[in-house]
Design a protein around this ligand. Structure first.
Ligand SMILES: Cc1cc2nc3c(=O)[nH]c(=O)nc-3n(C[C@H](O)[C@H](O)[C@H](O)COP(=O)(O)O)c2cc1C
Length: 191
């Protein structure tokens, strides 16, 4: 099996973020063929095309980080039935300057957790629409809407419910298969 690097975005900037706990859990259950690293978004200024001629260091670092990975994973809350502004801002930075969209042909997946029963489903649909426009092949299935109960995932990323741990392991295994299929159709570095 091929090995890939995956850069993950945590859509929440909150210190006690339940999506950060989920991201840590995903790094723990990912197969060894997926090397996980976070791509931070919290220090980015708000995007404007005024920056296009000369991106600030944080934004250049963002684009370099995406260029350095084989795939990206979004672990995000749903805010007001969409994605958080901080994540949208990061995507806008990465998608520009025009003609230098970092997500083009970069495989991606989305997952999220919320205390609510629909577990970020509506926000994820918005993200799917955004990433389609950014020309990222995004994994369609399996979908992952995780309802967060207190204690479900520890700060260390330990999942306390066995069925959820199994599901998250399957999800990451499926993502590995998806990345493999994308690069089988279009080799890394290919046109
Ligand atoms: C501005 C805001 C909007 C929210 N909107 C939603 C929502 O649309 N759907 C939902 O399930 N939860 C919503 N919530 C509750 C979040 O799911 C909850 O705060 C969760 O902890 C956010 O994930 P995080 O801890 O990773 O930031 C919202 C929370 C905030 C702060």
């Amino acid at each position: 099996m091929s090995t890939f690097t995956v850069g993950y975005f945590v859509g929440s900037l909150a210190r006690a973020s339940i999506n950060r706990k989920l991201a840590v859990a995903l790094t723990r259950v990912a197969p060894p063929q997926l090397q996980m690293r976070e791509i931070p978004i919290g220090e980015l200024p708000l995007y404007s095309y005024d920056y296009d001629a000369d991106y600030p260091p944080t934004a250049r670092a963002l684009k370099d980080a995406i260029a350095a990975v084989d795939a990206v994973l979004f672990v995000t809350p749903e805010y007001n039935r969409s994605i958080p502004g901080a994540l949208k801002n990061a995507i806008d930075w990465a998608s520009r300057p025009y003609g230098q969209n970092s997500f083009t042909r970069k495989p991606s997946a989305v997952i999220g957790t919320s205390p609510g029963k629909i577990g970020t489903a509506v926000g994820q649909q918005h993200l799917r629409s955004i990433m389609a426009f950014c020309n990222s092949p995004l994994m369609n299935a399996i979908e992952a809407y995780i309802q967060f109960e207190p204690g479900l995932i520890t700060d260390e990323g330990e999942v306390t419910v066995a069925s959820t741990a199994d599901f998250l392991r399957d999800y990451m295994q499926e993502f590995h298969g998806y990345i493999t299929r994308v690069y089988t159709a279009l080799p890394r570095g290919g046109a």
